[in-house]
Design a protein around this ligand. Structure first.
Ligand code: TXA
Ligand code: MG
Length: 340
């Protein structure tokens, strides 16, 4: 793509927010921080602006964008119905990393919804994001601010790496606290269907309603399949290296690592295990589910920087936020899992 801008990184001051809002009002695309990952923001109600997001990312047109609001008051015009369960979830989890799919109104262009009759809406807890939305006065469509297929950006520098020359500015608000994208849910009567796991966990939502975990969360979906959430069918989060998930206890992983160690081979471990002392290339990605979520995408980008060719990643837990980490890692690994 031709360089259209000299991309600048702005701080999170009032002045920067105003400057970014001016660009958004003129139909441009800017890099926006959220608590999950950085987003590529545009006016959700302006198809021409939204079109620019798809071009900057190289994103397939049928993959819908999440619409971000600054308060519950902004939702009513965007949907034809707010299910009672959605109100309840909003009370408990908003502002925060939860996206709810609802039937869209005429106000949401098909470009934003990827041709669907529904729209995914979330209210971020990141204050800079909410200030920016309020300053604009319209809802903001924002996918993760990576090139399509690359790991989601959790730092402004990640956005810059992918978007330099493609967008006018990025607001830098530090590292994203959560590190994996929002939980995406749809409503089926009095049940919640979990389409993409995130920081708001299945267990937490189960306190409100029965949660059905969509098959696409842990299983590969054919690229021509009709799926509840189009994002499921695309290859995602891939570093250049060939990634494989390895499920096993500390001891068996240690033995496996010693066997496989070699040039260009890297191990994504939980902590700084003995593996490293024995000469293997190790990048730890965290002991707890939350640490793993916060570090995962940064580590996937680091692996590219160190020139990793083959990566063996220790399998995360599948409970709590661990399910989100597992879901992203499965996609990075093309669903390759070794059981020790
Ligand atoms: O945390 C997040 O959600 C970040 C930040 C920037 O807010 N955004 C994000 O957007 O992850 P994106 O576009 O990378 O992922 C959106 C996911 C995709 O898998 C998409 O298919 C799904 O949500 N999605 C969006 N609208 C949908 C809809 N109406 N129906 C079904 N799935 C939808
Ligand atoms: Mg994304």
């Amino acid at each position: 793509m031709e360089r259209a801008f000299d991309t600048v990184i702005l701080d999170n001051s009032e002045e920067s927010v105003k400057r970014a809002a001016e660009l958004l009002k003129r139909g441009e695309v800017v890099g926006m921080p959220t608590e999950t990952v950085y987003g590529l923001a545009a006016n959700a109600l302006d198809p021409a602006a939204v079109e620019k997001i798809f071009i900057a990312k190289g994103r397939p047109q049928d993959n819908p964008l999440i619409v971000h609001v600054a308060g519950f008051d902004m939702i009513a015009p965007l949907v034809t119905e707010i299910p009672a369960l959605a109100r309840r979830c909003a009370e408990v989890f908003w502002p925060g990393p939860l996206t709810m799919i609802m039937p869209k109104s005429e106000l949401i262009p098909k470009t934003t919804s990827g041709g669907l009759d529904t729209v995914g809406i979330r209210m971020p807890s990141n204050k800079t994001a909410r200030r920016l939305i309020r300053e604009c006065g319209f809802p903001i469509a924002a996918p993760s601010a990576n090139l399509s297929g690359s790991p989601s950006p959790t730092k402004a520098s990640h956005v810059f790496n992918d978007m330099d020359g493609r967008i006018p500015c990025i607001i830098d608000d530090g590292s994203c606290a959560v590190g994996v994208e929002s939980t995406v849910i749809a409503f089926e009567g009095d049940k919640i269907r979990l389409l993409r796991p995130g920081f708001i966990s299945r267990e937490e939502m189960s306190e409100i309603a029965e949660v059905i975990v969509d098959k696409g969360v842990t299983e590969a979906v054919a690229s021509d399949a009709a799926v509840a959430s189009p994002g499921m069918k695309y290859k995602h989060y891939s570093p250049k290296a060939d990634v494989t998930i390895v499920r096993g206890d500390d001891e068996s992983f240690e033995v496996f690592a010693m066997e496989m160690a070699g040039q260009g081979v890297w191990f994504m471990t939980f902590g700084k295990e003995d593996t490293e002392a024995k000469g293997a290339n190790v990048i730890p990605y965290g002991e707890t589910d939350e640490e793993q979520a916060a570090r995962l995408f940064d580590v996937l980008r680091e692996l590219d920087e160190v020139g990793a060719e083959r990566v063996y990643a220790r399998c995360p837990r599948e409970t709590g936020v661990g399910l989100a980490v597992y879901n992203r890692l499965l996609r990075a690994a093309g669903f390759k899992v070794i059981e020790l």
